[in-house]
Design a protein around this ligand. Structure first.
Ligand code: DMJ
Length: 641
């Protein structure tokens, strides 16, 4: 029963509920004509119970949605947009991605080559929203019209032809090679453990004095050996070590440094190392760090020509040229070795600025006249003219040529400009620099204003591998010739590895010398990778067993002459069997020398060359398959809807 007072709220002083406004109460409880007070009370209580039941039912149904199997569609209908889970973007394992997108996981099983060969349509992504204002992606420049969201690693992974680590992490078929590969892995662990013990967080290990070295190449950045090792540890399956490295990046990699950095070194080691780590592992942390660092390099390009200067203060953004570079010039191998990383910075951020910067370098180089078709090593960032006519495939020039052919390969063979520049540079090199020694060794001399210096640096030995990987895309009548040239140069470099079976910094072909260092100052070996790098590529291209044998010789020599109690050290004289050590375990020993050796003794399906291009510090970057990436992004979008 309802008290009469309740029935006459308008007139009485009693109210049903304090929170209910008098007007609403009056509408509900006003006495209906022809209905007794008690009868009306009964009906009202029935109505009340019915309403209560109804609202309970609605609540139950709504709640049940949360217990249904995960359904993006239902959640998007009933929940606000911000609560929708993003489609796996670069995080988690392959399994996570498969669970999130069973449909796409199936798609991935069919070879991508088939998809692109069929010319399957790509849908443009105009409808996707731009990154939030103020976010990293939104800064500095507009996103390209057809690409408005940052790329995810999932997209790249979906566009690979093969799994990155192969079917069994590249384990070779025969036990002898497996044993060799295990030996290289042990060397990596030994080098890493000692770095961790004595130099953790510093740039390099000093293995004799058992301490760390910071140096002045990285503008106050630390942990070069850690960043350079991430991908090597990962592909070798040294997971505890990899996890320690990742934790260090998370907790201690401070990019807010304020020192003078080499634009080139920071780019190839730090940006390259972080990008590779991201693509291999999917850890967003690495991507974010790479993008943050990439942005700090941009002020170096603020010159009249857009050719960057060699040194940059990472804090203030001021940049200048190396004191030793003639007339304030920039170095070909430095400003010409940014392309691969910068293309990926644009891919991952959707910020075209990085691509614009490196494309502008190309434009300047294409405009300027080249002596005999050659690219001299020094260029003024102010006038855009060559400063000196010194040409070399070794130091100061080397990786510029490497990045031309690799840009072409990384673009899924669409970057015709890079292709054209590479093959015409190679033609000029062959016409002007390639020589044969009296004993028949092929080498690349250096060129000083038209005069040849019959010297080849250890650095120039990368060119065997470079010419090898470019052979197939040369003119049809030149393909075999390029492969032969690559093999000849690799052979010459192997000849220089004697008697310690390690090679000097530079060797000569004059005054009776045949691939030997004639100056005391050229006799050192600092754990460089270039000769082994060429063995690795030539093995992959020819499967001639001699390359694995030569690689093994190098392993034994490293063990004999460079391994010391607490790490690996460079040596001062490759011609003395009782070697003196330089007390430095270079970070590139971990990123390049040991990685190339490991790959040499692995199956070709570990980081297959169809899918991966190694930057000049041996950090693998995936081939950018534009049309496939657009299909992938479209699928992501469809699945998310
Ligand atoms: C590495 O840092 C890179 O390979 C670079 O291109 C040249 N030299 C060293 C290793 O020798």
């Amino acid at each position: 029963p309802v008290s009469p007072g309740v029935l006459t709220p308008r007139t009485g002083s009693k109210t049903l509920c304090k929170a209910t406004s008098p007007r609403k109460v009056s509408m509900v409880f006003r006495k209906l004509p022809g209905v007794s007070a008690s009868g009306m009370g009964l009906r009202l209580s029935q109505k009340f119970v019915f309403l209560l039941f109804l609202s309970g039912l609605v609540t139950l149904c709504f709640g049940a949605l949360f217990f249904l199997p995960d359904s993006v569609r239902l959640k998007r209908i009933f929940l606000s947009k911000t609560e929708t889970q993003p489609v796996t973007v670069g995080s988690g394992s392959e399994n996570d991605a498969r669970e999130a997108h069973p449909k796409r996981a199936k798609e991935q099983e069919r070879p991508r080559a088939v998809a692109s060969a069929k010319g399957e349509t790509s849908t443009k992504l105009k409808s996707l929203s731009r990154p939030p204002a103020g976010s990293h992606e939104a800064t500095a420049a507009r996103a390209p019209e057809d690409r408005t969201l940052p790329r995810s690693r999932t997209e790249f992974k979906g566009c690979l032809l093969k799994p990155p680590l192969g079917s069994d992490s590249g384990k070779p078929g025969d036990p002898a090679t497996t044993e060799r590969r295990e030996k290289v892995k042990e060397m990596m662990k030994f080098a890493w453990d000692n770095y961790k013990l004595y130099a953790w967080g510093k740039n390099e290990l000093r293995p004799l004095t058992r301490n760390g070295h910071v140096g002045n190449m990285f503008g106050g950045l630390r942990g070069a050996s850690i960043i350079d090792s991430l991908d090597t540890l990962y592909i070798m399956g040294l997971m505890d070590e990899y996890n320690d490295a990742k934790e260090w990046v998370k907790s201690s990699l401070d990019l807010n440094s304020n020192g003078e950095a080499s634009l080139f070194e920071v780019n190839i080691r730090y940006v390259g190392g972080l990008l590779s780590a991201y693509y291999l592992t999917g850890e967003e942390l690495f991507k974010n760090k790479a993008l943050e660092l990439g942005e700090k390099l941009l002020p170096a390009f603020n010159t009249p020509t857009g050719i960057p200067r060699g040194v940059i203060n990472l804090g203030s953004g001021t940049s200048w040229s190396w004191g030793w570079a003639s007339a304030g010039s920039s170095i070909l191998a430095e400003f010409g070795t940014l392309h691969l990383e910068f293309i990926h910075l644009t891919e991952l951020s959707s910020n075209p600025i990085y691509t614009e910067k490196v494309m502008n370098i190309r434009k300047v180089l294409n405009k300027i006249e080249k002596p005999h078709g050659l690219y001299p090593n020094f260029l003024s960032p102010v006038s855009g003219n060559w400063v000196q006519h010194h040409v070399s495939i070794g130091g100061l020039g080397d990786s510029f040529y490497e990045y031309l052919i690799k840009s072409y390969l990384m673009s899924d063979k669409t970057d015709d400009d890079a292709k054209m520049m590479y093959y015409s540079a190679l033609e000029a090199i062959e016409a002007n620099l390639v020589q044969k020694s009296p004993s028949g060794l092929t080498y690349m001399a250096e060129w000083r204003g038209g005069i040849l210096d019959h010297k080849m640096g250890h650095l120039a030995c990368f060119s065997g591998g470079m010419i090898g990987i470019g052979a197939d895309d040369g003119a049809p009548d030149k393909r075999q010739h390029y492969l032969d040239l690559a093999a000849e140069i690799t052979h010459t470099c192997h000849e220089s590895y004697t008697p310690t079976k390690l090679g000097p910094e530079a060797f000569r072909f004059d005054a009776g010398a045949e691939a030997t260092a004639t100056r005391l100052s050229d006799r050192y070996y600092i754990l460089r990778p270039e000769v082994i790098e060429s063995y690795m590529y030539m093995w992959r291209l020819t499967h001639d067993p001699k390359y694995r044998e030569w690689g093994w010789e190098a392993v034994e020599a490293l063990e004999e002459h460079c391994r010391v109690e607490s790490g690996f050290s460079g040596i001062r004289d490759v011609y003395t069997m009782t070697v003196g050590h330089d007390n430095m375990q270079q970070s590139f020993f971990l990123s390049e020398t040991l990685k190339y050796l490991y790959l040499l003794f692995s199956d070709d399906d570990l980081l297959p060359l169809e899918d991966w291009v190694f930057n000049t510090e041996a950090h693998p970057l995936p081939v950018v398959r534009k049309s496939c990436l657009q299909d992938e992004a479209t699928q992501d979008k469809t699945l998310a809807e």
